[in-house]
Design a binder for this molecule. Structure first.
Ligand SMILES: CSCCC(=O)C(=O)COP(=O)(O)O
Ligand SMILES: [Mg+2]
Length: 229
């Protein structure tokens, strides 16, 4: 019985939803969010971390500009991801959007869950953001199918050590875990840690298929229907 570990953006869900809906929403809302909640300890600690790592920024508007630049660069920084999650909470709460999950992914997650496979998430999005995402998906609340949630507090997704930590937290042998991702470097790191891997190479997200050497030897599928855990 395989334990599933899945990425979100580009794997269960479209890159365009994240890039064209979630990121612009956070970018727009950041100045007002920092002005209203920047004094709260759970917000301040991330702002202070950004300030310190950026050479000691001393004004909140400079921190906001730095964070907006990081959004534009798609930085997977833990502080940015934590703050984005807090901002998206308002968007989901006000029903400004629902999170995209490919229908084939919804069907497969349901089937695997019903068959007894443990389903777990590892994304650069913060754990609270992951809960919001699957709790407010186009297909409704999918959180009940997911056993464990992991973010970059476990380490970067391109580092083998992160997958070793996750396997230890899951309490199963590494070879029992099947990691699904759209990013070859993440799959390389997972394989180095002993996990099984599948490259999810969706045509909508990646119009030029990754074939031959570009797959780095990972099994390649175009959607979840082709995955047999
Ligand atoms: C689930 S939060 C929205 C997605 C996000 O911010 C992100 O960085 C997704 O990265 P992933 O590791 O899932 O490719
Ligand atoms: Mg991804």
């Amino acid at each position: 019985m395989k334990t599933i570990l899945t990425d979100i953006e580009g794997t269960t869900s479209s890159i365009s939803f994240v890039k064209d809906v979630l990121f612009p929403y956070a970018r727009r809302a950041l100045p007002a969010f920092v002005a209203a909640r920047g004094h709260e300890p759970d917000v301040r600690k991330w702002l202070d971390q950004v300030a310190a790592e950026s050479g000691g920024l001393c004004q909140d508007d400079m921190i906001v500009e730095t964070l907006q630049g990081w959004i534009d660069q798609d930085r997977k920084h833990t502080a940015l991801k934590a703050l984005q999650g807090m901002i998206w909470k308002d968007g989901y709460g006000q029903a400004d959007f629902t999170a995209h999950v490919y229908p084939d992914a919804v069907d497969a997650l349901r089937a695997w869950h019903a068959a007894g496979h443990s389903i777990n998430v590892y994304s650069s999005g913060s754990v609270p953001a992951q809960h919001l995402f699957f709790g407010h998906s186009d297909a409704g609340d999918l959180r009940g199918m997911i056993s464990n949630w992991f973010d970059t507090e476990m380490g970067g997704k391109r580092e083998a050590a992160s997958y070793r930590r996750i396997v230890e937290a899951l309490g199963v042998p590494a070879a029992q875990v099947l990691f699904l991702s759209d990013v070859v470097e993440e799959l390389d790191a997972a394989r180095e840690a002993g996990l099984d891997t599948v490259l999810v190479d969706r045509r909508q997200d990646y119009p030029a298929p990754r074939l031959g050497e570009a797959t780095h030897g990972h099994q390649r599928v175009e959607d979840f229907t082709a995955i047999t855990p």
